[in-house]
Ligand binder design. Structure first.
Ligand SMILES: [Zn+2]
Length: 301
């Protein structure tokens, strides 16, 4: 299983960008362009990377993980461990890998990565240039691992989209921002090719999850709880076990599709029973096919 995080991915810019590799994932799964990165019930967290990624990686909102902004003050790692840690609590043999270049995530959130790659962006060039280089380093680090390693769950983070948005604007009419999305798509293609080159690929059941921490407006995204260009974003769940193409419909009163669903979807696919004490806020509804139809197809991947 591969989880891909693309920082600051605004939904209409994703639609406008030419992204053949992400499109290939959509063709084999479900895309929701209205995925929430915030909860209406938990209102004290800002629409910035700290709370956004902590929710993405822990499967709970800020009322439990404690991160309200990029200071990470209040981070409660005991109440809200990384998804890798939850998986290993139940199945210690699960093999995990993390590739990221926004180092606060490594400091405050990531634990239990068997392969743990952190690239620190350089300083002697423009922000979008050094973050692009960092992202490419991560992709090249991940390729041999995805191709060869005994691996159950990998997470890779791309930051150049957000940095380019801050420099030039988060909008489909901004060529450098759209180009940054297309450049990430090219690297996604490298990752998917590596997965498909696995010797054991035919016997495995890969699920690929893609989303973001927030969208953007102008050259920022903070204070975006009322702005759907910021608080809704694309999310893709792709692979044999994923629902195919249907718009996500949930029961009246159920929580809308959200990035908080990612950990629940991932653990479900790894056949890790969800412990109610974890108080995960996510749901697999609309993302994964009902268990009865996929039980046979699901292997340890
Ligand atoms: Zn961000």
């Amino acid at each position: 299983m591969l989880t891909i995080g693309i920082d600051g991915l605004r939904r209409d810019a994703f639609v406008a960008a030419k992204t053949p590799h992400l499109d290939s994932l959509v063709a084999d799964g479900t895309l929701c362009l209205e995925t929430r990165v915030t909860s209406d019930d938990v209102t004290d967290s800002d629409t910035v990377s700290g709370p956004g990624w902590t929710t993405f990686l822990t499967g709970v909102w800020a009322d439990r993980h404690g991160v309200l902004d990029n200071s990470f003050k209040g981070r409660d790692a005991k109440a809200a461990p990384h998804g890798f840690a939850l998986a290993k609590q139940v199945k210690p043999s699960i093999r995990t890998a993390s590739f990221l270049c926004w180092t606060p995530l490594r400091t405050h959130v990531t634990t239990d990565a068997d392969i743990d790659v952190v690239v620190t962006p350089g300083k002697n060039a423009s922000a979008s240039t050094v973050w692009k280089a960092a992202d490419q380093s991560l992709a090249w680090s991940a390729v041999p691992v995805l191709r060869n390693d005994d691996l159950d769950w990998a997470f890779i983070y791309f930051g150049s989209t957000d940095e380019t948005g801050h420099s030039y604007g988060f909008h489909p009419s901004v060529p450098p921002y759209v180009a940054a999305i297309e450049n990430v798509d090219r690297m996604v293609g490298e990752l998917l090719e590596a997965v498909q080159q696995r010797e054991t690929y035919a016997e495995e059941d890969w699920l690929v999850l893609v989303s973001t921490d927030h969208g953007g407006e102008g050259t920022g995204h903070g204070g975006g709880r009322e702005n759907p260009n910021v608080f809704t974003a694309p999310m893709i769940v792709s692979g044999a076990a994923a629902m195919k193409g249907q718009p996500i419909q949930r029961a009246e009163g159920a929580a809308p599709p959200a990035t908080v669903d990612l950990v629940t979807v991932a653990l479900t696919h790894l056949q890790v029973p969800i412990n109610p004490e974890w108080k995960l806020a996510g749901s697999v509804d609309g993302w994964l096919q009902p268990a009865s139809t996929t039980a046979e197809a699901i292997s340890e991947q």
